[in-house]
Design a protein around this ligand. Structure first.
Ligand code: LLP
Length: 463
């Protein structure tokens, strides 16, 4: 049997790491059925080789224009995945204190971490400044004041970039479009220069640049061109006012193949960056999530029941919308691969695949080409490496599913399944408390996620 040879780089949507061999679906050199024999379904399974190939492909395309890659941790935040990327030299883009701890736990140096997000708490900002974060992307005038206050209390200067809302429609699903005027993200482009001048004048802040992120799963490259051109104009205008703008963060958002749409050409994406902002002399960064890990993961599930319906056959799976939310939330279509290669015959139905959750939106769509399915058969949802496990939940008190990483001819559990007993433990033992007279609560101070107090008070309280 041919062995999997890790591709140095990818040719567009080349996926040689995923193949049927002797009728059995393999990830690299591991038969997925063998993983399923060891780990109860549903579970996620990723290819380390595919993630490395994706990173190298992007890195190679961007090297001539010297763009730092900061992986958007939210796409897949398993620390084994973070470590894999960090070992290749990848930085990280985080959006919470939790993601910061994950990146640090994966040995990503703080000097390679960008902190994005529209609603950072003081405790999160304090921790980021304390560990020496590379950059905090600030999204409002109010947040600038809080970052300055927290930095002052810590006796440090915070590196601040302003996230710009350029009012560009990313031409993607409405729920993952982030840079139109009505969006909650960023600072309206017309207000940025004035606010940046305030940052530059603040003694506790270091004005390091501007950032933009227009949305996710973007196929049409023109919105990138429009947004990056708007950023170039803005930087030129700001410099005209005597402001120093050393860094430009271009966000993430590059789509991957989905259904009938092929993935965008990464060479074109790199060319657009070069053409629009290459001349500015800024230190450039991008924050891709999906493009690096989306194609590299499958969700493996067992078909529990078949049910005859008026319009065909329904397959009820042991994976539901709590495990993979993308269809329920964004109408995403994830192709399905049976673990045993399907034998196509004329009698085969179109299957409508659904999960076990008590919600009508718990369905994955209609599928042809699966052959004739039988209860007990294993199926894998493809293109599930990004925003799959990281968005999974225990809704309906279902186990939080396991994650597995394949590398060559070996596999390893990188997150074990979390069961109901562990969940129940979290719900035991909360003592009744009475509000203190005059406000506040008698008892332990709130250390994380609180909105009161400066970073220093929080840090002191923790000691
Ligand atoms: N940078 C920022 C500031 C972001 O908000 C995001 C994604 C990224 C980078 C990475 O975007 P990517 O390269 O992965 O497209 N749950 C949705 C996607 C939400 C994306 C949120 N922000 C989905 O499953 O399609």
């Amino acid at each position: 049997m041919t062995k999997y040879v890790e591709e140095e780089t990818w040719q567009d949507d080349d996926r040689r790491w995923l193949a049927y061999r002797a009728g059995a679906l393999h990830i690299e050199d591991v038969r997925l059925g063998a993983v399923a024999a060891a780990i109860p379904t549903p579970f996620y399974c990723y290819s380390a080789g595919a993630i490395r190939s994706a990173y190298r492909t992007l890195s190679r395309a961007l090297t001539p224009i010297d763009v730092a890659i900061c992986y958007a941790v939210k796409a897949n935040s398993n620390i084994a995945v973070l470590r894999l990327l960090a070992e290749l030299g990848c930085g990280m883009d985080i959006v919470s204190g939790g993601e910061l701890e994950r990146a640090l736990a994966a040995d990503v140096p703080a000097s390679r971490i960008i902190f994005s997000g529209v609603g950072k708490t003081r405790a999160e900002i304090a921790r980021a400044i304390e560990v020496g974060i590379h950059q905090i992307n600030v999204e409002s005038a109010a947040e600038i004041s809080v970052v300055a206050e927290v930095a002052r209390a810590l006796g440090k200067r915070a590196p601040v970039a302003l996230r710009v809302n350029p009012d560009v429609d990313a031409k993607t699903h409405a729920k993952i479009t982030t840079a139109t005027k009505d969006s909650k993200f960023g600072i309206a482009i017309g207000q940025v220069a004035d606010l940046y001048a305030q940052v530059a004048a603040a003694p506790d802040l270091e004005a390091v640049g501007v950032a933009v992120h227009i949305g996710s799963q973007i196929h049409d490259m023109e919105p990138f061109r429009r947004a990056f051109s708007a950023m170039a104009e803005l930087v030129t205008e700001m410099r005209g006012r005597g402001l120093s703008v050393p860094r430009l963060d271009l966000g993430g958002g590059i789509g991957i193949a989905s259904g009938d749409k092929p993935g965008p050409d990464i060479g074109r994406y790199a060319a657009i960056i070069a053409e629009t902002v290459g001349h500015l002399g800024c230190k450039l960064a991008v924050e891709p999530g999906r493009w690096l890990v989306g194609r590299a993961g499958l969700l493996v599930s067992e078909l529990l029941y078949l049910k005859d319906m008026q319009d065909g056959c329904m397959g009820i799976l042991d994976a539901g919308m709590n495990d993979l939310m993308r269809t329920a939330l964004y109408d995403a279509h994830h192709p399905v691969l049976p673990l045993q290669e399907p034998q196509l015959n004329d009698a085969a139905c179109t299957y409508s695949l659904v999960g076990p959750i008590c919600e009508s939106s718990d369905k994955f769509g209609r599928y042809d080409g699966l052959g004739e399915l039988r209860a007990g058969e294993l199926l894998a949802f493809d293109l599930a490496g990004a925003y799959g496990a990281s968005m999974s939940s225990t809704y309906n008190s279902r186990d939080l599913l396991a994650e597995v990483l394949v590398d060559g001819d070996r596999f390893r559990t990188i997150r074990r399944r979390q069961g109901i007993q562990e969940m129940l433990q979290l719900e035991h033992g909360g003592a009744w408390e009475r509000p203190a007279p005059g406000g506040g609560v008698m008892g332990e101070p709130v250390l994380h996620g609180g909105t009161k107090g400066t970073g220093r008070e929080l840090a002191d309280a923790e000691q």
